[in-house]
Write a protein of this length. Sequence first.
Length: 384
Amino acid sequence: MRIDPPFLHDPAVRKVLAALPAARIVGGAVRDALLGRDVADIDLATPDPPDRTMEALRAAGLKAVPTGLAHGTVTAVADHRGFEITTLRRDLETDGRHAVVAFTDDWREDAARRDFTINAMSLAPDGEVFDYFGGLADLHAGRVRFVGAAATRIAEDYLRILRFFRFHARYGTGAPDPAAVAAIADAVPGLARLSAERVWSELKRILAAPDPRAAVALMAQLNVLPAVLPEGFSLPRLDALIARAAPADPLLRLAALLDGDASTLAERLRLSGAEHDRLIALREGPAPQDGDDDDALRRLLADTPPETLIGRAWLAGTGPALRERLAALPVPVFPLRGRDLAAAGIQAGPAMGDLLARVRRWWLDGGCRADAAACQAELRRLTG
């Protein structure tokens, strides 16, 4: 079959394909084009070895960057955009995470080493789709199926267990592929061989799917979820959060799913500093309630960013009106600083800090309404 996706008419893509007439577009761009979805990244494959690929790109006036020559990958730069081009490969050895590869000129052999049939298709410059393993039928059936024997594909790279759930969350409909389910259930111990960073990367993508509930429930059923979240998890809380139409925010969803110590999980999965802090903030501290008046909300906003409070509100199941109020209220800022106390003749030290804290508490109790003059008057009252 032939298709005519918009990216085949993209000038930058046309320049790269013109320089490499034997190349084809591969992977996610083909899959999403067949579904009529937006295509983000465009990757290509070619039977030509990397050195010849680089020569052809440069001869066409394009920049060629040797980004991964050991694995046959070159990046072409056209119109200030990068396109990864990888020489066709076959596996010589695999260890459950990395592979030793050799180059080949056989498109079917290269497709056979890919994870899922829906990712193993390729697209020629004239729009012809090459589908060696039934990926098109699987795509339209909403079926995520491993290329060849599922157990073999997983043993080559145990990350494919988590990738299965990521793609099932985005492309799967109905019951999962029985062969994949059986192979994953047997291969769960292999997850221990993966780095924490790769586990979190895949888990984050699973949770970012529009509706990952069925995929996450399947992870729990096959004992994958206990392996990646040994701290504990709560499927009902995740279900409730998604049912409330909360944003498809993976950290917000993780905060709902996790039923254990957030700091322990953040350290074990090596979340970034910002992710660690946000996860803790979402799960700890007071959550705004539907009955809170504006003074109560301002007190919360004085100490906590509005986006964190809105996240806590989603987790608590409060109504949309409360979230709208939180977003609309100005963030109050305590109007006094240490220099103001110094100007009043108070020396730096513990006494200054105590006075500043007492005035701030008075300001908070009043709903954060007092301005600088009122706060200075309260300071004078305290200092007699």
